[in-house]
Design a protein around this ligand. Structure first.
Ligand code: URA
Length: 251
């Protein structure tokens, strides 16, 4: 027979007296090990993360430009993006629309103006007899700013050579800027959009391109008044008329 183990005591045994803690001498200060360096970011010489100017200027097509810059990490926005939003539309578009920067939907899809503001932009285009495939749509910055904030001047200026090369390759006859940011960053105009919209401006590129500022579709959605909608309608009609007149004057 196997002897039975004694039954467990129903009560914990009285605590044994705690021995006095030995006095441990304070450790001698140890010199700090040198801090491990933060993991290095891409080197400024990495041509994928920091596309060199000659690669941008030398891109002969939009596809080549996109391939050359879509790995860009040259500003903090690059490190936070999901997708690089280059722009889309016809490479021969006569009219170019420039917004501010990708939002959440654009960051997820890699396409410009696909969220609510994009739906309205499509309607604005339809109102002047155009659809996406006939125009080109892009932004001042190609990566989404966190929380959809306005891109900083430094971020915008870092991205600007990409936009300028896009413009040189597309050679639009007219540019429509959407909201204050493209006007400020592309033309250096600080005037409020409410005051300046509808007044023709001039971009000093390719011998001069007329630029018509109008409200950003996201603003129109927020201020959906007859006055704001009429203003955008007037601006887009003016851009369309300018285009038609310019083409009619062509041999
Ligand atoms: N707002 C912009 O300015 N651009 C987009 O692509 C989407 C929203």
């Amino acid at each position: 027979m196997v002897p039975r183990a004694p039954a467990a005591p129903s009560q914990a045994p009285p605590a044994a007296p705690v021995p006095a803690r030995p006095v441990v001498p304070a450790p001698l200060p140890v010199p700090l090990a040198p801090q491990a360096a933060a993991p290095p970011g891409p080197a400024a010489t990495d041509p994928v993360a920091f596309p060199p100017p000659e690669r941008v200027a030398g891109a002969a097509t939009l596809a080549e430009l996109e391939a050359g810059i879509s790995g860009c990490l040259a500003c903090p926005l690059g490190c936070g993006r999901i997708r690089f939003v280059f722009g889309e539309g016809s490479g021969q578009a006569r009219i170019l629309f420039i917004g501010e920067g990708p939002g959440r939907d654009e960051d997820l899809s890699g396409r410009p103006f696909v969220g609510k503001a994009g739906e309205l932009l499509d309607k604005m285009l339809a109102a002047i007899g155009l659809e996406r495939g006939q125009v080109y749509i892009t932004n001042i910055v190609k990566c989404r700013p966190p929380d959809n904030r306005t891109p900083t001047g430094a971020e915008a200026q870092r991205c600007l050579p990409y936009l300028k090369r896009q413009i040189e390759l597309i050679r639009p006859r007219v540019i429509v800027t959407l909201g204050a940011t493209p006007l400020r960053e592309l033309l250096g105009i600080q005037t409020g959009i409410t005051r300046i919209r509808g007044q023709w401006q001039h971009l000093d590129l390719l011998g001069g391109i007329p630029v018509l500022p109008t409200f950003h579709p996201a603003y129109v959605l927020r201020q959906y008044t007859q006055e704001v909608r009429r203003a955008v309608w007037n601006d887009l009609t003016a851009a369309r008329k300018w285009l038609d007149d310019a083409e009619a004057g062509q041999p």
